[in-house]
Design a protein around this ligand. Structure first.
Ligand code: PEP
Ligand code: CO
Length: 463
């Protein structure tokens, strides 16, 4: 276990990819120095708790639900927006916990998800070429030279917005909002005209009756009041992630205190690259995205680097293959990693391999392809006898029109302009997200997946 992390200079010498280019490096230095003095956003013990829960996932006893915006923005971090995302995630978790009877580890893609890797450094509009938008942590979305300049002060805003978001989430999940007895009220403002809403209402009725029964039996009501909810984001901007990393006084090991879990993206996970070199020293549970071009040998090299101690819960592999590739590309990777004897958590990102441009120019995803990749992921794990440990989604609590399809709204390409609000990739809206949760719950209970988690082991605190 590491007791130190490499210096920023050492990481810089490895030529980290996808980093901002700041004109004012003195200002960057001052911002980093200031960030190093700021209080941690999460505690080491919380990261350890999450690692233990992910170890349950790796052992096939729990399921991860990880979700939130592709890119959070400073403007959108309102109470309503945060509540909306939390509500849809909690609703999905309830569907999975109650309908599939599997404990759900709830991970927000939030309170820090403000930086984006881009395939091109610049964007050209009407003959004007400007730096690409890299997330609010780096520059602004507006297509002007001033907004698109990389500004180190935004790292401080990243910290402040992450802190405010996490603070509200903590208040929501412990202050009564997440109380299971309020499961009905989370989706009170649903327009009650589609199947998914009726289905959710019916489930909520059942849960209410079940809880009333348990209370009548003497189960402590307090057990239903709070949930465990963890934060996560892509560890992309090394100056920020480095500044937020502190050596824990209890264990003398470094934790990235900007989130409970961080992951490495598909574009920055080179085994000899700066991001892997940074992340491998962290004690936090780590995720790594793996796409269809990954060879089994490359996947094994990655797990060797990031989980040298073969520690269950240490590593989550987030596969994002694309619906048309998952059934062929995933099995050799799962087999090679499993052959190392490790217990990793396998989770499916059915979003990033399924993005396409609609005829009207909108970047979108088809709900049917998202479902197809999830099904392919389940098929592969069923075939190999491994546990499909969770899903990683880009979603929002709002009724946006960014992904086409879905049974409830059946959004067409022509609907996309109505409420296309994402700052980066298209997200599932609330109905689409809940629909997906019901489909996953069905897949988990149709008897095809080997469940090592008998219903009897179910614990009330796992809600
Ligand atoms: C993302 O999660 O938004 C992302 C950029 O994903 P990936 O690294 O898998 O492309
Ligand atoms: Co994305």
């Amino acid at each position: 276990m590491s007791t130190t992390i490499p210096s920023l200079e050492q990481l810089h010498a490895l030529h980290p990819l996808q980093q901002p280019t700041y004109a004012d490096t003195d200002l960057l230095g001052r911002v980093i120095a200031e960030l190093r003095k700021r209080p941690p956003l999460v505690f080491a013990g919380e990261c350890d708790d999450l690692r233990a829960k992910i170890a349950d996932v790796a052992a096939g006893r729990a399921f991860v639900l990880q979700g939130g915006d592709c890119a959070e923005t400073f403007d959108n971090g309102t109470a309503l927006d945060i509540r909306g995302k939390l509500r849809v995630l909690l609703s999905m978790a309830v569907v999975l916990t109650y309908a599939a009877q599997v404990p759900v580890v709830k991970l927000g893609r939030l309170a820090g998800q403000y930086a984006k890797p881009r395939s091109k450094d610049t964007e050209t509009r009407g003959g004007v070429e400007l730096p690409a938008y890299r997330g609010d942590a780096v520059n602004g979305l507006e297509f002007t030279a001033a907004a698109r300049a990389h500004d180190p002060n935004r790292l401080m805003e990243l910290y402040n917005h992450s802190a405010a978001t996490l603070n509200l989430i903590r208040a929501f999940v412990t202050g009564g909002f997440a109380d299971l007895r309020a499961v009905h009220t989370w989706n009170q403002d649903f327009v009650r005209n589609t199947g998914v809403e009726a289905r959710y209402e019916a489930l909520a009725d059942e849960i209410e009756r079940a809880l009333a029964f348990m209370v009548a039996c003497g189960v402590d009501k307090q057990a239903f009041r709070t949930v465990d909810f963890y934060s996560s984001h892509e560890a992309l901007l090394l100056p920020y992630e480095h500044a937020m990393t502190r050596v824990d006084s209890r264990t003398q090991t470094p934790y990235n205190t900007s989130a409970h879990m961080v992951w490495l993206g598909e574009r920055t996970r080179q085994v000899d690259g700066a991001h892997v070199e940074f992340a491998r020293h962290l004690r936090n549970p780590l995720g790594v995205k793996v796409g269809p071009s990954t060879s089994p040998a490359a996947a094994v090299a990655l797990v060797d680097a990031l989980d040298p101690g073969h520690e269950p819960g240490r590593l989550t592999i987030i596969t994002r293959m694309g619906a048309d590739k998952v059934r062929d590309a995933l099995p050799p990777i799962v087999e090679a990693v499993e052959a190392t004897g490790r217990q990793v958590a396998w989770i499916c990102d059915p979003m990033h391999g399924n993005t396409f441009e609609a005829a009207n120019g909108y970047k979108t995803r088809a709900f049917s392809q998202v479902v197809d990749e999830v099904n392919g992921f389940f098929d592969v794990h069923e075939e190999l006898g491994t546990w499909p440990g969770g899903v990683h989604m880009e979603l929002t609590g709002d009724d946006v029109t960014e992904c086409v399809g879905g049974v409830a709204d059946a959004l067409a390409e022509a609907d996309l302009p109505n409420r296309y609000e994402t700052a980066c990739d298209p997200r599932l809206n609330r109905n689409q997200s809940l629909e997906l949760a019901f489909q996953i719950a069905e897949r988990l209970t149709d008897g095809r997946i080997k469940r090592v988690n008998p219903v009897q082991e179910y614990r009330v605190e796992d809600f």
